[in-house]
Design a protein around this ligand. Structure first.
Ligand code: AMP
Length: 530
């Protein structure tokens, strides 16, 4: 298709950004006129913003100011919200100003702060965003993240896997030739590994694995628990029983952990209940005490490699993202496991947001191709296209198996049949024919689940698809089932039987419905975000 020529200066009607919504820090990036991804600093001139909220009356203070107050006013603080994404308001909520806040609403406050600060910095309204999530995030967690973005006033162009974003930042800026890269992403609360193939203008995900609950906080907890055990032993007092004391100790532990990345030892002082304890922590001792966490990370890397059918000799480069990859023991473990050096060029804190900004621009460029309306500069288009004008392509894979619950006549029990297996390139489709379980069934209810187990109770239910059957069908009458999974991780399920058809877009949304979204938007508008 031929596009109209670029006007000399085309006023951008849309400004898209990429956002790394992290457990402990968040970052935002945009692609500048020359096609380069740049970090957008916040109002405090910081390149990353702590994902911490302090409620102060009708104002939500987000970022460093909130974090600094965490020890003084712990009851007004919310942090680590990312670990709660996808939970319903009943499973997780925090009460502030007579309102119960869900994880997506709290995340929306963080995103609003980024949006507000970014608009001030860029001097234009920010309309669109690509927001990143860990690759193993389930669809409920992805939907919650998308809602958080919408509640903050963004059009969410895409929910992108964090390692894919990091690979994109690397692939577009620095890579030469065909490479298979291993992305090791250890953040504040989550761990993610992904294997990607980067070739000229095509970034393809080959495999991934991760642990939702493994991250910097667990290393902090090692120090917190060690100090509190010592405190208890010496003074017979548990400093974790008091919220202020816990926050204070937690902040000291975090600082000590970061210091031990560049020093061989550090001193921890903690006062509580009239007692004061001073302890020396060496890097060696910290590494010994936290070895089990590294072992866990290592096992996940090896599972990911095995699942992708690769060994370390196939890996050309190792990319590190997430603040915890600054810890020397983490780097050493990766070096030993892989037998190769790690790439030092990517900024672990910024690469994900920058890759997300590039992806946001790619989505808008794709739309330009569809609508013919120019919103992105020629130079940027050139940077993100091949010589033939084709845009950089990103191919993701499914990170969980999508299955259907069936009845096993012989075993007399239900089991899960995998329709689209884990690690299938997206978009993915699968079609199968199944027989009815009994004679004269009035309808078929297809139960769609997500997970690796064949036991239905061990998988996450995603939804139902119901189709009526004509009367008097014998047992085993064929029913056609089709699954389609698209780039935005939306699953469409179609059941076809004797001319009757039922199509369901599985909205795996256990979060907010439309009315709740409206109510939440109105509630959020009443809150001042700083
Ligand atoms: P992220 O979610 O990527 O922002 O990761 C932040 C995590 O990295 C937090 O747990 C930080 O405490 C940790 N972190 C940041 N810098 C360092 C460092 N120099 N050494 C060890 N951990 C760090």
């Amino acid at each position: 298709m031929n596009l109209p020529p670029y006007p000399a200066s085309s006023p951008a009607r849309r400004k898209a950004v990429g956002i790394d919504l992290g457990t402990t820090f968040s970052a935002m990036s945009h692609v500048d006129e020359t096609g380069k991804a740049q970090i957008i600093p916040n109002a405090e001139s910081e390149r990353i913003t702590p994902s911490v909220i302090l409620f102060d009356g009708s104002t939500a203070i987000v970022g460093s100011a909130a974090k600094q107050n965490a020890a003084a006013e712990p009851e007004k603080i919310v942090d680590f919200v990312k670990r709660e994404m996808g939970k319903s308001k009943i499973e997780f909520n925090r009460e502030f100003g007579d309102k119960l806040w869900s994880a997506e609403e709290l995340s929306a406050l963080i995103l609003r702060k980024l949006k507000q600060d970014g608009e001030k910095y860029l001097g234009v309204p920010i309309t669109d965003a690509v927001i990143t999530v860990p690759a193993y995030f389930s669809d409920v967690e992805r939907t919650a993240t998308m809602h958080a973005g919408q509640l903050a006033g963004f059009e969410v162009l895409q929910i992108l896997n964090e390692p894919t974003a990091a690979a994109l930042a690397y692939g577009i800026d620095q890579h030469h030739g065909n490479e298979t890269v291993f992305v090791f992403d250890l953040g504040g609360g989550t761990f993610d590994v992904t294997i990607m193939k980067i070739s000229e203008h095509h970034i393809q995900m080959l495999g991934s694995n991760g642990d939702h609950r493994l991250g910097g906080k667990d290393w902090d907890d090692v120090i917190v628990n060690w100090v509190s055990d010592e405190f208890d032993r010496q003074f017979n007092e548990n400093p974790l029983l008091d919220l202020h004391s816990y926050q204070d100790l937690y902040n000291r532990a975090l600082i000590a952990k970061i210091q031990l990345s560049s020093r061989n030892s550090t001193t921890l002082v903690h006062s509580y209940a009239g007692y004061s304890l001073k302890l020396e922590l060496t890097r060696d001792e910290f590494e010994n005490r936290s070895r089990h966490l590294l072992e866990k990370a290592k096992a996940i890397c090896e599972i990911a490699m095995a699942e992708a059918g690769l060994d370390w000799s196939h890996i050309d480069r190792i990319l590190l993202t997430g603040g915890m990859t600054r810890m020397p023991a983490v780097r050493e473990m990766i070096r030993q496991m892989s037998g190769r050096p790690v790439d030092e060029d990517l900024s672990p804190d910024e690469a994900v947001a920058m890759g997300a900004a590039l992806q946001a621009t790619l989505v808008l460029l794709g739309r330009e191709n569809d609508t013919g309306e120019r919103v992105i500069s020629q130079e940027t288009r050139g940077k993100l296209s091949t010589a033939e004008g084709d845009l950089v392509r990103v191919t993701n894979i499914t990170t969980h198996t999508l299955g259907v619950v069936l009845w096993d006549d012989q075993a007399m029990e239900e089991y899960v049949f995998p329709m689209i297996k884990k690690s299938t390139p997206v978009p993915a489709a699968a079609e199968n024919s199944f027989g009815t379980a009994k004679a004269n069934m009035k309808n078929v209810v297809v139960r769609v689940v997500e997970g690796e187990s064949t036991v239905p109770a061990e998988c996450t239910p995603l939804g139902l698809c119901n189709v009526e059957l004509p009367p008097y069908l014998p047992k085993g009458s064929p029913v056609q089932l089709t699954y389609r999974y698209d780039e935005n991780q939306v699953l469409e399920v179609k059941v076809d039987a004797y001319g009757n058809q039922s199509v369901v877009k599985i909205s795996r949304n256990l979060g907010l419905n439309e009315a709740e979204m409206e109510e939440a938007t109105a509630d959020l508008m009443r809150v001042n975000v700083e």
